[in-house]
Ligand binder design. Structure first.
Ligand code: TXA
Ligand code: MG
Length: 322
């Protein structure tokens, strides 16, 4: 057991990582649970702290493009366009791995997932290291991803020595994961960068091939990002009738249902989908921590980040727990 501390001491974080210890790091998407990506003991600690299945590979995080190039065999043209437009930012590239990337990181796959996060503290930390960081989201496997240092503490207290406090994650959804085929971008996970943006910049066909839909990729189990309280997505007026005997929590996009006795979280009263995305995981946790018995969520507009919000809600609600 550790005494888990929270702070902004980057020298301490660097030293811990160099010693093979784990440090939670802020990113623009969600907090990550970081370890030295070249150190098999540190990687094993990540799987253990999260209670994560060993077949679910990890994303490597680097400070810039020249570092990124060290860990991949090649970069397709469409990928370069996306990198120039969106990295640092909420996008992860699946690329042929160089032989120097440990198999433990990729769970044996010949492709590595790699990204440049855009949080200033984490970029400063990555710039000071001479190895890439392997980091999944800093939550126990299967639970909602953390978007504040307190969320990390709630899930990993005593399991890691240090959490870098970088405030609330401003995107609030995990990165979008993309792979490449001849003249095609394949989106494997919806996330903080919209498909519309990827389409606009890549200039090639963009195909949605969500890994959890087929279960061909490791770790993309459907029940994920899940609250402990049952979460039901769909028409709220209808579901309010179905669950009228329960204490209810509501997750809505921009409007209020004005129901007495419900705890309601309106994710963006002004109707801005990016703002709604940035509030989603915190609202899910607040409802989960409250005394509500069931969480009812709206279906969000399926545009921009709304698609990723709907994906997370669907996966949080599967399988139905009632
Ligand atoms: O925004 C993010 O991506 C955050 C922050 C911390 O960077 N990280 C994150 O990591 O969400 P994680 O481990 O919770 O989700 C990464 C996903 C997993 O579903 C994993 O299966 C997939 O990426 N993945 C990682 N490496 C892969 C690989 N080599 N091939 C296929 N899928 C991979
Ligand atoms: Mg995760």
């Amino acid at each position: 057991m550790y005494t888990t501390e929270i702070g902004t001491d980057l020298a301490r974080a660097k030293q811990l990582l160099e010693e093979g210890e784990l440090v939670a790091i802020p990113t623009e998407t969600v907090y990550g649970l970081a370890g030295n990506g070249l150190n098999s003991k540190a990687i094993a600690k990540i799987y253990a702290a999260k209670n994560r299945p060993q077949f679910n590979p990890l994303i490597l995080h680097v400070a810039n493009l020249s570092q990124l190039q060290q860990w991949v065999e090649s970069i397709p043209d469409a990928c370069r366009l996306l990198m120039n437009a969106f990295s640092p930012g909420p996008i992860t590239y699946l690329l042929p791995k160089s032989s120097t990337v440990p198999d433990l990181v990729t769970a044996g796959s010949n492709r590595v997932a790699i990204r440049i996060p855009s949080h200033p503290l984490t970029l400063q930390l990555l710039n000071s290291l001479n190895f890439p960081i392997a980091a999944p989201s800093a939550n126990p496997s299967g639970y909602v991803s953390p978007v504040t240092s307190k969320h990390v503490l709630d899930g990993l207290n005593g399991l890691i020595p240090y959490i870098i406090d970088g405030g609330s994650c401003n995107i609030g959804l995990e990165s979008t994961i993309v792979g490449f085929e001849l003249n095609k971008v394949i989106v494997h996970r919806l996330g903080g960068l919209s498909i519309e943006n990827i389409q606009r910049i890549s200039g090639v066909e963009v195909e949605l091939r969500l890994s959890h839909a087929s279960l061909t990729a490791p770790g993309q189990l459907k029940s994920h990002y899940a609250t402990k309280k049952p979460l039901i997505v769909g028409d709220i007026n209808k579901n309010l009738l179905l669950y009228k005997d329960k204490k209810i929590g509501l997750l809505t996009f921009s409007s209020s249902y004005k129901i007495n006795g419900c705890i309601e979280h309106i994710l963006s009263p002004g109707g801005n989908i990016e703002e709604a995305a940035s509030h989603l995981f915190n609202a899910m946790r607040l409802l989960d921590y409250s005394d509500v018995e069931v969480i009812l969520a709206e279906v969000f507009p399926a545009e921009g980040l709304g698609k990723a919000i709907n994906d997370r809600l669907a996966r949080a609600s599967y399988p139905l727990k009632y």
